[in-house]
Ligand binder design. Structure first.
Ligand code: SF4
Length: 202
C-alpha cells in the first residue's frame, strides 16, 4: 500500500482528536487540488499494513483517539489496501470518515463491502469554483454521506457548532497545513511570507 503521511491529533477534519491518514495515488486530476504531490504513488510512500498499524496502535495506546479520517490522494484508488486498513481501524473506532473523488453512485455497488466499514463518506471531485469554505467539504458539489447512523448525532452536532479551519503541523517534511484551504490560500501565504522575509516551498 502507498500511504504518504499519518498525523495526530487532527482537529479540523472531523469531530474530536483524529488520526488522519493520507493515501497516495489519484487519477482525478482536479484543477486546484491542494495535494497534487499525492497523485503519483512515489516509492517513498510504499509501506505495508503492519507498519501502518504499528504506528496507529502506538498513538492509540498513548492518546485519546476519537476517530479516523482517510484522505489523499484518493483512498479508493487502492481499494484492496483501503479494505484491509478499514478492517483493522474498525476494531478501534467506528467513526471513520473517508474522502473520495469518485461519486457514491459510481462506487456503491462495486465497493459495498468497503463502504460497510465507513461511517461517513465525502464524495465527488474538487471543483475550485465551488469552494466556499464549507466545513469538511472542499467544494459544495461534494456530499457528506452518513453511512453509519450511530455517528449521525456526533456529526450533526459537529456540523452545526464548528466552522472550517486550518491546522499546521511541524514535520520532518516541513510544515504540513491541514484542513480545507480556500482557493487563494497559497497565494496569500506566499505574500505574507515574502513580507516577513520567510521562504515557502509549495
Ligand atoms: S480527488 Fe482529491 S486528491 Fe484527487 S485530484 Fe481531486 S482534489 Fe486532488
Amino acid at each position: 500500500m502507498y500511504i504518504a503521511r499519518i498525523l495526530y491529533p487532527v482537529k479540523v477534519l472531523g469531530p474530536g482528536d483524529r488520526i488522519v491518514i493520507w493515501f497516495a495515488g489519484c487519477e482525478h486530476q482536479c484543477p486546484g487540488c491542494s495535494n497534487p504531490e499525492l497523485w503519483d504513488q512515489n516509492e517513498r510512500y510504499h509501506t505495508d499494513l503492519n507498519s501502518v498499524m504499528n504506528l496507529i496502535n502506538l498513538i492509540v495506546d498513548q492518546h485519546k483517539v476519537d476517530g479516523f479520517t482517510i484522505t489523499g490522494g484518493d483512498p479508493f484508488y487502492q481499494p484492496n489496501a483501503l479494505k484491509e486498513l478499514l478492517y483493522e481501524l474498525a476494531k478501534i473506532s467506528s467513526d471513520i470518515l473517508v474522502y473520495t473523488g469518485y461519486s457514491y453512485n459510481k462506487i456503491k455497488d462495486i465497493y459495498s463491502d468497503i463502504l460497510g466499514d465507513i461511517a461517513v463518506l465525502i464524495d465527488g471531485k474538487y471543483i475550485e469554483a465551488e469552494n466556499h469554505g464549507s466545513l469538511l467539504r472542499g467544494s459544495d458539489n461534494q456530499d457528506i454521506l452518513i453511512l453509519n447512523e450511530n455517528v449521525r448525532p456526533i456529526y450533526e452536532n459537529y456540523l452545526s457548532t464548528h466552522t472550517s479551519s486550518i491546522q499546521n503541523f511541524s514535520t520532518t517534511d516541513g510544515i504540513i497545513s491541514v484542513g480545507i484551504h480556500h482557493p487563494r490560500y497559497e497565494e496569500q501565504l506566499l505574500e505574507i511570507s515574502k513580507r516577513k522575509g520567510l521562504e515557502v516551498k509549495s
